[in-house]
Design a protein around this ligand. Structure first.
Ligand code: ZN
Ligand code: ZN
Ligand code: ZN
Length: 259
């Protein structure tokens, strides 16, 4: 089982349009970040977490030929704007693409992408499946457990897959989520920049959660350009914590993961 980070930036991406800062001008490929998304791969099958505005580019870059389904963590633009680009997979695989999300998010998608549910020829055929925290999503590559993450006031989806947790757009992890994460060895968690906001963890807050989760490998994602360049930041991070980058692959085990 393998998790690939398809994008590791916050909503504006890095470089930010028209920004001359030293991060946006960096030639280090790790400082070039598409919007946050991840790919789960197991037994030759793929599952996508979030279809942001860079979804098309992410599928082409990683030469993904087929996907089994999609999880939308929440309704924000940087996690949903690529939904229409599921069409090639719907056509090629001749399926209505399963899209798993919370009921609130399902209502939002049906409203914002109303044309996709109109029966008009050529639209993306989406099979919206409403799910809730604690549910398990069937995936040939290893079933996926859904966790609750608080994105400021907004409850959104995190996932546990084998010995890994993927927690994007986090500000707070409820106690129940920490229990569901027992036994994980790796975690991908969002850290916006040094200060954080009402809805995003700061770097120090994210590191504190990684410590609390007790993981061997902590990987940061959903970066703002205000976080600084990757190389100097990595040098400052505690042992076992590192900056994620687009294309990074993380090996995932499923020890007795009885789903
Ligand atoms: Zn910048
Ligand atoms: Zn968000
Ligand atoms: Zn986001």
């Amino acid at each position: 089982m393998l998790l690939t980070l398809l994008g590791t930036a916050t909503s504006q991406g890095i470089p930010v349009i028209a920004c001359g800062c030293n991060v946006c001008q960096s030639t280090d490929p790790r400082d070039n970040r598409l919007r946050a998304s991840a790919l789960l791969s197991g037994k030759g099958k793929h599952f996508v977490i979030d279809t942001g505005p860079d979804f098309r580019e992410q599928m082409l870059r990683n030469q993904i030929q087929e996907i089994e389904g999609v999880i939308i963590t929440h309704e924000h633009y940087d996690h949903t704007a690529g939904l229409d680009d599921l069409r090639p997979f719907c056509f090629k695989q001749k399926i209505d693409m399963p899209v798993y999300c919370l009921p609130r998010v399902a209502a939002d998608l049906r409203n914002r992408y109303a044309y996709a549910f109109s029966g008009y020829p050529g639209v993306p055929r989406l099979d919206i499946r409403e799910v809730n925290f604690g549910d398990k999503i069937p995936f040939s590559g290893g079933n996926i457990e859904l966790l609750e993450v608080l994105h400021g006031e907004l409850p959104i989806l995190g996932i546990r897959w084998g010995d890994l947790a993927y927690l994007t757009d986090a500000k707070e992890l409820p106690a129940r989520t920490l229990v569901q994460c027992k036994g994980i060895k790796k975690a991908v968690i969002s850290a916006l920049h040094h200060a954080g906001t009402h809805s995003h963890l700061s770097l120090d807050e994210a590191i504190a959660y990684l410590k609390q989760l007790g993981v061997d490998q902590g990987i940061l994602t959903h970066f703002s350009h205000r976080m600084g360049r990757t190389a100097p930041l990595n040098a400052e991070l505690p042992e076992g914590v590192e900056c994620g980058w687009d294309g990074m692959r993380i090996l995932v085990d499923s020890p007795a993961f009885g789903l």
